[in-house]
Design a protein. Structure first.
Lengths: 258, 303
């Protein structure tokens, strides 16, 4: 077991009156991949957005509890959320591109926002990030074209390239493979395995096989509650909770197991 | 044949007829104005757009004062309107609490719907005296070293016309830019924040995504200012002079057309000269729109 990078403590989150996350406690290990699984609407995306302080940008959204990154609660009043978001990268569930920017600038934009303007350095990082995201060979001839013309899967890899260009300490990935074919998916898996040497990765997925192949730890969320959390293999092979077992078997009507 | 197929055929037919109607109306319009201008074009030649004397009695027709007046008043109006309407658009789409923008939005819509004669009367009875008593003396005293703010103070002329044009295009540019910014998906903002951008950088990103729409709004406002007739007619003084002073009387193409048509009917050459002015107005609008298309089609690239 490595060090703990991120501790989530007694965390609750709301959208207006909708209590979306209920008393979550979770320790995320450094240099490992933690997968968050659970049915649609259970709060997976919200959990990621609470971890990089994006949740609070939604009107009427509220958070209570602590998220401790390297020993410091990121919800302390003296913490600047902008600093936190620089350290914690996020790849959104819907692969969206900046439609007014070229493919190149779609990757460079994060660096530019963080004050890096040196052309050569930008080009170098853009190239490296696109390679790592497995997109380079498909776009090297049209780096300066609009990014809107890319396919869904290419946009998803572009989003990955954009996030890793900033070399964040923690990478939050919300269904990074939902629009990818098996080939591209296995490239992303290889990328994640490679990235976890340096980064802490939290990945939301609906794809149990994907979680089985990549994750070191798995957290099962249901209805805003953390039902079970542990080493991936154990969760998948010998879940302690009936609910987890049912979910993994593909049972739809889970409420009665609660 | 299925009913759906028939509907589809009918729809295609109707829409292509409509499209061709527009193109034909445009063509007929252009040809008749051009045809009406021929006498004047042959009479004055290229001098028409370079001479600054307009004297129908002596049969001297120089359009320069009107071209100057049109561009000057529209540009001053635009320079005032761009920052303020963008401010309004950003405020009501991003910054104001939603109950406040629920009040602001219909007010802007209403302002856009007021007929131009009402703006003109307001400029005549309210703006003119205010300019004469307060604004123009003030500008003259503190910025009088600029030729723009020298000359006789009257309250009517280029400055009054520019300000009323500014007020008239403000709601158009504001509401269209606001809609352009609102149409940008919120993910753009969230993605920028997630990359470590500040709130302000995230708003700026939305604005850059909306840039096409905003440029379109500005173009429409500019076209409106160039073509506005009634309000300008009431306050600009309708004198064919070119003056560097904003306090001076002047005329625009549209205002002189409205002003002189009744008396020109008796004189075919005068009528033809007015037709040529209309043609020039038409070309100015065309150039503005071409520039707009060029701006919008510019290649993607720098952030
Ligand atoms: N912006 C929002 N405003 C209000 N409610 C929201 C918002 N986003 C999500 N919710 C609600 O919060 C709950 C959790 O949503 P969340 O997006 O975290 O689910 P999820 O587990 O990511 O689901 P999925 O697998 O479908 O992506 C849902 O009930 C959803 O309706
Ligand atoms: Mg989600």
């Amino acid at each position: 077991m490595g060090d703990i990078k991120l501790r989530v403590r007694n965390l609750d989150a709301w959208y207006g009156d909708n209590h979306v996350l209920k008393n979550i406690n979770l320790d995320i290990l450094s240099r490992a991949i933690t997968a968050i699984i659970g049915p649609s609407g259970c709060g997976k995306t919200t959990l990621l957005r609470v971890i990089n302080r994006l949740h609070e940008t939604v009107p009427n959204a509220r958070v209570r509890g602590e998220v401790i990154l390297d020993g410091k609660n990121i919800y302390d009043p003296d913490v600047n959320p902008v600093e936190i978001r620089r350290k914690i990268g996020m790849i959104f569930q819907q692969p969206t591109v900046f439609p007014h920017l070229s493919i190149h600038d779609n990757v460079a934009i994060g660096l530019k926002l963080n004050g890096i303007n040196d052309r050569e350095l930008l080009d170098k990082i853009v190239r490296k990030s696109l390679r790592e995201a497995g997109l380079w060979s498909e776009v090297e001839d049209r780096l300066w074209d609009r990014a809107t013309d890319l396919s869904g899967g290419q946009k998803q890899r572009l989003a990955i390239a954009r996030a890793i260009a900033l070399e964040p300490e923690v990478l939050l990935m919300d269904e990074p493979t939902s629009a990818l074919d098996p080939g591209a998916t296995s490239r992303i898996e290889a990328l994640m395995t490679n990235l976890k040497k340096d980064y802490t990765i939290i990945v939301v997925t609906h794809n149990i096989q994907f979680a089985a192949r990549t994750a070191d730890y798995i957290a099962f969320l249901f209805n805003g509650m953390l039902i079970e959390y542990g080493v991936a293999q154990e969760i998948l092979e010998r879940p302690k909770e009936k609910l987890t077992e049912r979910y993994l078997l593909g049972e739809v009507d889970l409420e009665r197991w609660l | 044949m299925a009913k759906g197929d028939l509907m589809e055929k009918l729809f295609k037919y109707v829409s292509s007829v409509s499209a061709w109607t527009i193109i034909s109306v445009f063509t007929v319009f252009f040809i008749t104005i051009f045809y009406g201008s021929l006498d004047s074009i042959f009479y004055s030649g290229i001098k028409f757009i370079f001479i600054s004397i307009w004297d129908p009695v002596k049969k001297i027709f120089g359009a320069l004062p009107f071209i100057y007046g049109t561009l000057l008043t529209s540009l001053v109006a635009l320079i005032l309107a761009i920052p303020i309407s963008l401010g309004v658009a950003i405020a009501s789409s991003e910054l104001l609490p939603s109950n406040l923008s629920k009040v602001l939005d219909p007010v802007i819509e209403l302002m856009a719907a007021i007929p131009s004669i009402v703006y003109g009367m307001w400029a005549l009875f309210v703006l003119g005296p205010v300019l004469r008593v307060y604004v123009e003396p003030f500008l003259n005293e503190y910025l009088g070293f600029l030729p723009l703010f020298q000359g006789t103070i009257s309250g009517y002329g280029y400055l009054n016309a520019s300000i009323i044009l500014f007020i008239m295009i403000l709601p158009i540019i504001s509401s269209l830019s606001r809609e352009a910014i609102r149409a940008v998906p919120n993910e753009i903002k969230e993605m920028t924040l997630a990359l470590g951008g500040t709130e302000w950088e995230a708003i700026r990103m939305k604005i850059s995504v909306a840039k096409r729409g905003i440029i379109g709004a500005i173009t429409l406002g500019f076209s409106r200012a160039v073509g506005e007739t009634m309000a300008v007619l009431l306050v600009i003084g309708n004198k064919p002079v070119i003056s560097a002073s904003l306090f001076s009387s002047g005329a625009t193409i549209a205002s002189i057309l409205a002003n002189e048509y009744p008396e020109a009917i008796a004189d075919p050459l005068h009528t033809s000269a007015l037709n040529e002015l209309a043609l020039i107005l038409f070309l100015i609008s065309l150039v503005i729109n071409i520039i707009f298309i060029k701006l919008v089609r510019r290649r993607v690239g720098v952030i």
